[in-house]
Design a protein around this ligand. Structure first.
Ligand SMILES: [Zn+2]
Length: 136
């Protein structure tokens, strides 16, 4: 099914707003960071600074990943494939898109993927277990 222009515009503006928010927050974060770094350099409490730094890095990584997903979603909108499942090419449920706009899989494909990931892990366990038995 071809999605309406309203549908595409709605998500396009949503992603653009998210993107602006992200870029703004990372700018603020880096400004705050430089101030705090100066203040804390003389303090003995370097460990908490280090921990905070790591937490900030992790947050920034997550933001960068999210930003990448938003860019991909915007590309999907311009390509006219936004809202279609990557695997089965069916419409992704509207509820799901509203909850997770950057998703590229419909609910059933996502579940299949999660199941096969789990099976994959189980398979590994069985393999090593098999080895143990053979060696015993
Ligand atoms: Zn699907």
């Amino acid at each position: 099914m071809i999605r309406s222009i309203e549908f595409q515009n709605k998500f396009k503006s949503l992603f653009e707003t998210e993107k602006k928010k992200l870029l703004f927050s990372s700018k603020v974060a880096s400004e705050q960071f430089s101030v705090q770094a100066d203040d804390l350099m003389d303090e003995v409490d370097f460990t908490s600074f280090e921990i905070e730094n790591q937490m900030r890095m992790r947050l920034r990584n997550r933001e960068a990943l999210y930003l990448k997903k938003i860019d991909e979603a915007l590309e999907r909108i311009s390509a006219g494939v936004f809202g279609l499942c990557d695997k089965c090419e069916e419409d992704i449920e509207m509820k799901r898109l509203e909850a997770r706009p950057t998703t590229t899989l419909c609910v059933s494909c996502k579940e299949t993927e999660e199941r096969s990931e789990k099976l994959h892990i189980d398979g590994h366990q069985h393999k090593s277990l098999g080895k143990t038995i053979r060696f015993a």
